[in-house]
Design a protein around this ligand. Structure first.
Ligand code: SAH
Ligand code: SF4
Ligand code: F3S
Length: 466
């Protein structure tokens, strides 16, 4: 396939008389970047007349957008493909087609190996080539088994449709916007540098244009995404180099955009300008996901995290000095090769001294092709399980304490969607906690002042003030 044929926007629009509507079912695994990519792929397919369906058995095209981060995540995909094979057979017996595609990080990592392990798969497409999906799907429908995992030379974002106003409206008042992709950090446990490639930043003008479109579609809060979002860099309208802090300030000038967030950050890339944004920008929410993985310097070194526990703590102090109301979130890995009981205690001590509002912790999963997989001193499963349980207990306690500390406070909540009970809406606190409140449907998208009355295990309850 030539580059030109892949990129020509010749497809008819959805609803065109000559194009029967076809249905696509997309299932997304993994991180928020996959959520963003799934929407962009659905938008690209819409140009060829594909409408989204929630019922997999009705789908002409099933697309799994996959994650390779831990073994379990990758294996889930194969069990799903086993189920899909049966569905595909059932549809074929009724004379109906079902094309099965695998996108995302498993696609990039395993390529045509997927076709061998899962014979029902027709199409494998890696994250760097999503703009070629419509063309690849046409080839798959003609009977070709397609594998597209090259690193495309063209910029996929220039060729993928920007968010459409009507679809944005249907997707709600918060949105993700990928500003940076890939990773050059090469932590020794992690597959991302291999599945997503080298760090690439999208240009300022492209990001601002997309953000403005989102806001026109009713979005009030944007979360900037990147595997290392705070490594984002670009050239500002004044021709000078700028970093994420400047980008946030530019975005902050968009009328109607009320809230900004960003994720995920690496401690090494938290620069002064970004910390300053936390001090001075009211639109930048006081919440920061800043993974540390371990509290042991020995393990941090073996992980190639390139900072010590003390440097991380000093950084937290600086950020909290700029924004005292900051809620911190983090990621932790227990049982990295060579981790001793003493190393693990260092992690527990670090957690105690930081106090996290939220956190994600994982048992180390050895990933083929990463340096960690070659290390001696792999930790036994039962040891990992015990450490994970202790860490989880501590982190859950901290999360509850943080939620309890919110009770009685008056805060702003962005109302996002209907709640579980009639007459209720669910919104988000500045610290990303879901907040349940009695409010009218028509208030979705409003930011209202509330008083927190109660903290549940996973959400807060509030009443309106004023
Ligand atoms: N770029 C982000 C992390 C992306 S992956 C960062 O640098 O923090 C999300 C999380 O998955 C990581 O923070 C890590 O805690 C976890 N993770 C990554 N690889 C893993 C592995 N091999 N085993 C267990 N957890 C892993
Ligand atoms: Fe993976 Fe490390 Fe890159 Fe994060 S910084 S994506 S953990 S290699
Ligand atoms: Fe998973 Fe790829 Fe995201 S491995 S966490 S989907 S970048």
């Amino acid at each position: 396939m030539t580059q030109e044929t892949a990129l020509l926007p010749t497809s008819p629009v959805a609803g065109d008389d000559h194009v029967p509507l076809r249905k696509v079912f997309v299932k997304t695994y993994g991180c928020q970047m996959n959520v963003y990519d799934s929407d962009r792929m659905s938008d690209a397919l819409a140009r060829d007349g594909y409408v989204a369906t929630d019922a997999v058995e009705d789908a002409d095209f099933v697309l799994l957008n996959t994650c390779h981060i831990r073994e379990k995540a990758a294996e889930k995909v194969y069990s799903e493909l086993g189920r899909l094979r049966e569905l595909k057979k059932a549809r074929a017996s009724e004379g109906r087609e079902m094309v099965i595609g695998v996108a995302g990080c498993v696609a990039q990592a395993e390529g045509d190996e997927i076709l061998r392990r899962a014979p029902a798969v027709d199409l494998v497409i890696g994250p760097q080539t999503y703009h070629r999906l419509p063309e690849a799907l046409k080839r798959a429908r003609r009977g070709e088994r397609v594998v597209e995992t090259d690193y495309a030379i063209e910029d996929k974002f220039e060729h993928l449709p920007a968010p459409d106003r009507a679809k944005t409206r249907a997707r709600g008042v918060t949105a993700f916007l990928t500003v940076q992709e890939g990773c050059d950090k090469f932590c020794t446990f992690c597959v991302v540098p291999y599945t997503r490639g080298a760090e690439v930043s999208r240009p300022v003008a492209q990001i601002l244009a997309e953000a403005e479109k989102l806001v026109e579609g009713g979005v009030r809060e944007i979360t900037l995404l990147g595997q290392n979002v705070n490594a984002w860099h670009g050239t500002g309208p004044d021709g000078r180099d700028c970093g994420l802090g400047d980008l946030l300030r530019h975005l902050g000038e968009i009328d109607g955009l009320a809230r900004l967030r960003y994720t995920t950050s690496h401690p090494r890339d938290m620069d002064d300008s970004l910390i300053e944004a936390h001090r001075s920008m009211a639109k930048l929410m006081p919440y920061l996901h800043l993974p540390v993985q371990s509290g042991s310097d020995r393990i941090l070194k073996a992980m190639n995290r390139r900072h010590t526990a003390a440097e991380y703590l000093a950084l937290i102090d600086r950020i909290r000095a700029a924004q005292p109301d900051l809620a911190l979130s983090g990621d932790f890995i227990v049982g990295f090769p060579g981790e001793t009981e003493e190393d693990f205690e260092d992690t527990m001590r670090l957690v105690e001294s930081v106090g996290y509002a939220q956190a994600f912790s994982f048992k180390y999963s050895s990933r083929p092709g990463t340096p960690g997989a070659e290390l001696t001193g792999q930790v036994a499963e039962d040891v990992k399980a015990k450490r994970l349980e202790r860490l989880l207990n501590l982190l859950t306690r901290q999360q509850r304490e943080f939620a309890a500390s919110c009770v009685g406070r008056e805060i702003d909540v962005l109302l996002e969607k209907p709640g579980r009970l009639a007459g209720q809406l669910v919104g988000r606190s500045p610290w990303l906690q879901p907040v349940n409140i009695d409010a009218k449907q028509s208030q979705i998208g409003d930011i209202i002042r509330v008083r927190i009355t109660k903290a549940g295990p996973n959400s807060l309850f509030a009443e309106m003030v004023g």
